[in-house]
Design a binder for this molecule. Sequence first.
Ligand SMILES: Nc1ncnc2c1ncn2[C@@H]1O[C@H](COP(=O)(O)OP(=O)(O)OP(=O)(O)O)[C@@H](O)[C@H]1O
Ligand SMILES: [Mg+2]
Length: 399
Amino acid sequence: MSEPPNAQEPRQPLHARLRQNPYGPRPGESPPYLAGRTSQIKEWARPVRRLIDSGRVGAPIFFTAPRGLGKTVLLRELQTHATDAGFVTAWVTANAVESLVGALLASVRSAIANTMRSEAAGLLARLDMIKLTAGLPGVLQLEASTRSSDKIEVSFTAELAALARALADKGATGLMLFVDELQSAPSEDLEAIVPALQEWTAAHNAAPLMFIGSGPIQLSRVLAARGGFAERFQYVTLERLSDLDSMSAFTLGLPAGFQWLPGAVDAAVGAAEGHPYMIQLIGHYAWEVSDSSMIARPFFSTGDIGVAVERAGGEIRRVFEGRWADTPDAERRVLAVVSAADQAGLSRRQVADEAGMPFREAESAVDRLYANGWLDVDGLERVRIGLPGVAEFVNRRQQ
Ligand SMILES: Nc1ncnc2c1ncn2[C@@H]1O[C@H](COP(=O)(O)OP(=O)(O)OP(=O)(O)O)[C@@H](O)[C@H]1O
Ligand SMILES: [Mg+2]
């Protein structure tokens, strides 16, 4: 039998009764519902299945997309699935100043220490001795702990494969490495890792080991430049969400009983144009302006969405105001012609022609604008404005 309510119990203070905003508009922040990524999750699940069945190294997978389309949150979702499946997982967000090999080893180390506890000691001692040797593709140095002058060279692949096997011996399913923003890693690290990844795929090593990376659409070019045959890796692209998936992204994962009044979902889906970042931004502001934090206000109206879309647009404009000042003339010209085009966008050749620029110059302007989030480049060819509201902003600046 349940306890009768206690009349003496103090009322909860207001802040404790407020419902938290469920949307996640910050970069890498998980959404209430990860919509429209089933096919990409399957692309990952298939080789994982093979790895578990055969005990052999899984081919690396790289997820690529323009900014804000959901690479980080997809990788986080896969990491959760990998952990559920019994993998020890390591996560690194690569950057230009920190050694990627070093960061990966540190992350593997702490993952083992956290998940394997007492069984981990022997594995950790060996990991401590590995250092990256500059200039030798795929080769790492292992220092004997007693005298630092005693160094032997080992392959990155062989070390990680041995570690994955040792983890499996101690009851884990294997080892899975996640590297977000792979393109940002220092070139000497990429020159060590990329050939090693190729080698581990080609050798069909018997080790439960897998590598997952993410980066912008140019990632295949970046990796090719660092290691030869990187074009042969598996690349999986994330696109904008369909209207149906956008609807799921807006409406699923909210508190039970939460409602959208007639017309509100359509208005929100229409304004976000399938962009996951816009969806979270609009959802976030709709929650705030509608006072949905209060239990007594469990719905969004079209009016709430209208105000939220305006605020989301304002936020986007603030971000791009800051970037505009640093945008050179050639890039502004390219932005002007793409902003004037319709939703279908322009080919790179059309961009050059309409901006009256040599093809190469237009092309490098497009690449820089893409890297800075102004433009999307579908399939490396179709050039469009990256976010709703940006075209309007550019058109106004051009007047
Ligand atoms: N499938 C999805 N469904 C709903 N929301 C999503 C989805 N994917 C991403 N988001 C939301 O979109 C925003 C951007 O996601 P994320 O930071 O993962 O993008 P990204 O591709 O890593 O961007 P960047 O290139 O800037 O690192 C976040 O607010 C996230 O919650
Ligand atoms: Mg990211």
